[in-house]
Design a protein around this ligand. Structure first.
Ligand SMILES: Nc1ncnc2c1ncn2[C@@H]1O[C@H](COP(=O)(O)OP(=O)(O)OP(=O)(O)O)[C@@H](O)[C@H]1O
Ligand SMILES: [Mg+2]
Length: 330
């Protein structure tokens, strides 16, 4: 089943329009940009589904900080599913055959530098051109800021040839993330003819829907508090709800009023990493305020279910495991 996608009509419409233009021969780079957890990957996936349904060939890669030093890792992810298909031989005729220097593991060490790398990149450009001649195609690259340098160089090169092709390069980039190859990434992003699509924060109604999906008894005050403390960031909202459900919190107005004390060591750590990258970290930090060393406030949480473990108040959960950092509510 497709994941729930709320408050994204405008973004999907805009991306659909750009993909349609690329499909019809006005190829382009399309950028989705936003802070951690705002819903970039989810938006990419929905756009890719719609494109596939329209008969577009969609190739997908997701870059990772663990793989950004692996030369051609992104390109290999993109083309792997095609390499095992019977038409691969036709796609790699002529100059496109040079792409194998980047893609073929059996071809010895992949071409990492200098002329060999340039030839491989040229081959990959021809490969995309051959592919787009057969069928409109979109290369989707999630977390492109973690792309390996040779692949980014190839994409920047490809961007210059896209205009005449029935092909799009749809990439998601997280703002504020340290980048290994900033110049190559900047060159790629600058080649997009239109400004990035920026997924918006979820509104109060969408937040309420997501809260009630997981906590059907949630009160109005509780859902409004969830919206306020997460600033409509769907990742933070999910993390918050997971924690509250694990702690058997009754989702009433009192609990909403206490959301500033939400947290768990595990979720707090995840969110701490995310917060470090978010532009409005301090505001979002109210969602993960951890009491810890200070005397716990009156817990206020009450349980709807029979306790399966010793009853804990949210503050008590952290009194022994509190991370060294601490956020204060305003
Ligand atoms: N429009 C939406 N409606 C409902 N849930 C959403 C929406 N967008 C994202 N989510 C949920 O929020 C969470 C984070 O989304 P996603 O992974 O797409 O964010 P992201 O911006 O790609 O994060 P990151 O910067 O870590 O890559 C996921 O669990 C996803 O299902
Ligand atoms: Mg993502």
């Amino acid at each position: 089943m497709d994941p729930l996608l709320l408050d994204r009509d405008a973004e999907l419409g805009e991306l659909g329009r750009r993909i349609a233009a690329a499909r019809s021969g006005s190829g382009r780079v399309i950028v989705v940009e936003g802070p951690a957890g705002i819903g970039k990957s989810t938006l990419l996936a929905a756009t890719a589904r719609a494109a596939r349904a329209d008969g577009t060939i969609v190739l997908w890669a997701r870059c990772s900080p663990l793989e950004q030093d692996a030369a051609w890792g992104m390109a290999r992810q993109l083309f792997e599913p095609l390499r095992i298909r019977p038409e691969w031989g036709e796609l790699t005729v002529g100059a496109a055959g040079l792409a194998d220097r980047a893609l073929a593991p059996e071809g010895g060490a992949p071409a990492p530098a200098g002329d060999a790398m340039h030839a491989a990149a040229r081959g990959l450009v021809w490969l995309v051109s051959n592919l787009a001649e057969r069928s409109p195609s979109v290369l989707v690259i999630d977390d492109v800021h973690w792309g390996d340098a040779p692949s980014l160089r190839w994409l920047a090169l490809l961007a210059h040839s896209l205009e005449e092709l029935r092909a799009g390069v749809l990439c998601a980039v997280r703002v504020g993330e340290p980048v290994a190859a900033p110049e190559l990434l900047a060159e790629l992003l600058a080649s997009a003819p239109e400004p990035p699509v920026r997924p918006r924060a979820l509104g109060p109604v969408a937040t309420e829907t997501l809260v009630r999906e997981r906590m059907p008894a949630a009160s109005g005050g509780f859902t409004r508090a969830c919206h306020a403390v997460t600033a409509g960031n769907p990742f933070l909202l999910g993390a918050l709800l997971t924690e509250l459900i694990a702690d058997d919190v009754v989702p009433d107005d009192d609990a909403g009023a206490q959301l500033g004390t939400f947290g768990s060591e595990q979720v707090a750590r995840v969110i701490e990493r995310q917060l470090a990258r978010l532009p409005d970290g301090p505001a979002l930090a109210r969602a993960v305020a951890v009491l810890g060393a200070t005397p716990p406030r009156s817990p206020g949480w009450s349980s709807t279910k029979p306790p399966t473990r010793p009853t804990r108040s949210a503050p008590q959960v952290f009194s022994t495991t509190r991370p060294s950092w601490r956020w204060r509510t305003r």
